[in-house]
Every structure is written in C-alpha cells, then in structure tokens.
Design a protein around this ligand. Structure first.
Ligand SMILES: C[S@@+](CC[C@H](N)C(=O)[O-])C[C@H]1O[C@@H](n2cnc3c(N)ncnc32)[C@H](O)[C@@H]1O
Length: 251
C-alpha cells in the first residue's frame, strides 16, 4: 500500500484518467474515423493518463514526458502496481523537456490540465508538438477560461479522506500571470503549497495564432456544458469559469 503523498493526493484530487482516455479516443475517432493508437502525454507528472491508455486496449502505446524525476519515479511505481507486463511494455516514461525532447510520431499529443500555460515560450513547445504528430495527428490542449482566473479565490473540495484546496493567490494584470496553489488537508494536517504554478493567461485569439504559426490548424474549442459533456463552441462562453479542450491538427 502506498501512503498518500502529494503525488497520490494530486491524482485523487484532480485526475480522472479512465474518463480522459475515453474522451481522447472519442475526439480522435470523430475526426479521423479510425481509432488512435499512440499517445504522447506531456507534463505527465505521474503518467496517470498514459497508464490508463495502455491498460485500455492491447494495441495502445503511450509516451509520458515530464521534467520531474520524483513524479516519474512515482509513475514507475504506479505502472508496476496497475499494469501487466505486456501493458508496461507499451509505456515509455521519459524524463525530458517537452519543448526539446524528440519522440516518435504519435496520433495524439495531450497537454493536460493547463500545464502548458506555465511556459513563456509556448510557441517553441507547439513547434515540438507539431514535429511529433503523425499524419492526421491531433493536439489536445486542455484549457480553462473565465473571469475567475483573474480573481483571488479559494475553492475547497471534499474528497474521500482528504480536502483539496485550489487557490488563486494573485493575478498580475500586466504580465497576465496567475499565481495558483494546491493545498491538501488530510488527517488534520495541512500540506500547504503542495504544488504551485505560474500560469500565463492567453486569449483564445492569441492561442490560435500561436497554433497557426506552429503549423497546427483548425483549432476547435470544445467546452464542458452544465452536465459535463464537451460541446463545440465558436467562442469562449461568458461564464465565470469554464473548462474544455482546444483541438488542433497538422495542417
Ligand atoms: C500540473 S502537473 C501535471 C500533472 C498531470 N499530468 C495533470 O494533468 O494533472 C505539471 C507537470 O509539468 C511538468 N513540467 C513543467 N515544465 C515542463 C517541461 N518544460 N517539460 C516537461 N515537463 C514539465 C512538471 O514537472 C509537473 O509534473
């Protein structure tokens, strides 16, 4: 049994890997009329989505990339606990920078949970994504929006056995950088600033221009509706907070 630590709490607080795997496959199938086989999970952390990906189908392969050796060693432990040998053989865990690491061509690159927004040189990253996409390949950029991103907020979410706290500590309107923190409370103990991020907020127009410059086209925006279903929309909804995916493809 693995004792809960910040990586385990993070997975249980914010990730839904099986759900993500279905979503990725559906988004690809709807556009390409065939099943995706290879996934590259960028900013993978503990590689939860890649692990669920190789477990979901005998044909599927995944490459999970992260800079953090600690997260990747947790990924290795989780893969051992959750996967059979043949499934593990279809998973590569790569320590590297998503802007420079060279991987073989894949059907889908997943940039999850707004992680890409920490990059100042997003263009360099998108160029690397473009080079790693196979013909027909898709980039799924998971994105958030709404006025709440520019406000100080503290949202507490009860989870079985612990509390997950998402805080917007501050927002600088000049640089448009949001200082966001994750705290956990478990068994009366507070794990403050378990994770902290500096997200550079960009408008959809800016994102689409960066994608176009990188050779990625047709960036469709899918936004979660009130029931949690993703719907294509032509512009960002006028809500205080929304989340969804920008789906871009090789031109
Ligand atoms: C918020 S976590 C993402 C965890 C999980 N994949 C998710 O979607 O919730 C962000 C991760 O990005 C990694 N990271 C940050 N900059 C990176 C870079 N340039 N290349 C690769 N990984 C990076 C960090 O080490 C961290 O594990």
């Amino acid at each position: 049994v693995i004792r809960p630590d910040r990586y385990a709490l993070y997975e249980r607080a914010v990730q839904t890997p099986e759900h993500d795997v279905e979503l990725i496959a559906r988004i690809y199938r709807e556009r390409r009329r065939r099943a995706p086989r290879t996934l590259r999970e960028d900013f993978a952390g503990t590689a939860a989505v890649s692990i669920a990906w190789v477990a979901s189908d005998d044909e599927r392969e995944a490459i999970a990339i992260d800079l953090d050796a600690g997260a990747l060693s947790r990924a290795r432990v989780n893969a051992k606990a959750r996967l059979e040998t043949d499934e593990r053989a279809r998973l590569s865990l790569v320590r590297g920078d998503v802007r420079t690491v060279a991987t073989r061509a894949v059907d889908v690159v997943l940039a999850p949970n707004f992680s890409w927004a920490i990059l100042d040189d997003l263009g360099a990253y998108l160029g690397a994504v473009r080079r790693s996409l196979a013909s027909g390949g898709l980039l799924l950029l998971e994105t958030f929006g709404g006025r709440d991103l520019e406000r100080r907020i503290v949202h507490r979410h009860e989870r079985p056995g612990f509390t997950y706290v998402w805080e917007h500590r501050g927002f600088d309107p000049v640089s448009r950088v949001l200082d966001a923190r994750i705290h956990f409370e478990a068994r009366g103990r507070m794990l403050r600033d378990a994770f902290s991020y500096r997200f550079r907020l960009r408008t959809l127009a800016e994102l689409r221009a960066l994608l176009r410059d990188a050779g990625l086209a047709r960036a469709d925006l899918l936004v979660e509706d009130a029931r949690g279903a993703l719907r294509p929309v032509s512009r960002a909804p006028p809500r205080a907070a929304w989340n969804g995916y920008l789906v871009a493809s090789v031109r």
